[in-house]
Design a protein around this ligand. Structure first.
Ligand SMILES: [Zn+2]
Length: 242
């Protein structure tokens, strides 16, 4: 009871603070802006440096009414959404497992999923650091659940299948997806990997359906697959296999 309460509070606070940091990563990494220079966050419109009170997760956005304090331009609602969803998923992880290592591994999985979703939808790229952190979380998960060999087999199968699709589709599926599924598959046994890919594919088709119906899509259209892979794996983890 107390444990759950304490971990819930820690999950929400960590989620808000880390979500705020993920915003920095999501904004800066694709643009090639250094994470330490400028050290403080700035308004992307007027470049004014932000004070600490402009940087409180979610609260600042609400207090400022979604507008920059200095130039009045609109702040993207993506920032508070990222902070809120990180906190919500961290809280969810507390209830999904009673093992602290599993909880940490889920925090890493969900964090990677949020970062990949935000960056892949904007740029069609999956950043290396998100793949690496997901792989670290996957190894942690595999060890905590005594399934290291099965996880490695899943990673190999995921990598192999997606590498073939990468070449057959003439890179319609990017190499980032190949790396990302290999990292994600560390969370899964081979049986669950099948579920993950199935769920990801169905979700991606539903996402692409409006484009297919309106014939805006053709054979060269690329769908950012990273967010759906993260979703599929996050669900497949909890489909019983033993
Ligand atoms: Zn401004």
């Amino acid at each position: 009871m107390w444990n759950t309460l304490i971990f819930s509070a820690i999950g929400i606070i960590f989620g808000l603070v880390l979500g705020s940091f993920y915003n920095v990563l999501i904004y800066r990494v694709p643009k090639g802006i250094s994470l330490v220079n400028p050290k403080r966050s700035f308004c992307p419109v007027c470049n004014h440096q932000l004070a600490w009170k402009d940087n409180i997760p979610i609260l600042s956005y609400l207090i400022l009414g979604g507008k920059c304090r200095y130039c009045g331009s609109k702040i993207s609602p993506i920032y508070p959404v990222i902070e809120g969803s990180t906190a919500a998923l961290f809280l969810l992880a507390v209830f999904l497992t009673s093992n602290i290592w599993n909880m940490l591994a889920l925090w890493i999985l969900f964090s990677g999923g949020i970062i990949v979703t935000a960056i892949d939808l904007q740029t069609m790229m999956i950043p290396d650091f998100a793949v690496i952190m997901t792989a670290v979380g996957g190894v942690l998960w595999a060890i905590a659940n005594g399934q290291v060999l099965l996880s490695l087999i899943s990673a190999g199968i995921g990598f192999g299948i997606f590498l073939i699709i990468h070449f057959v589709s003439k890179q319609g599926m990017g190499f980032g997806d190949v790396e990302y599924i290999a990292a994600l598959a560390l969370y899964l046994v081979p049986f669950s990997l099948v579920w993950a890919i199935l769920i990801a594919s169905i979700a991606a088709i539903i996402f692409a359906l409006p484009m297919l119906i309106t014939r805006k899509a053709n054979r060269k259209t690329r769908v950012p697959f990273g967010p759906f892979l993260a979703l599929g794996v996050s669900i497949a983890i909890f489909i019983p296999w033993r």
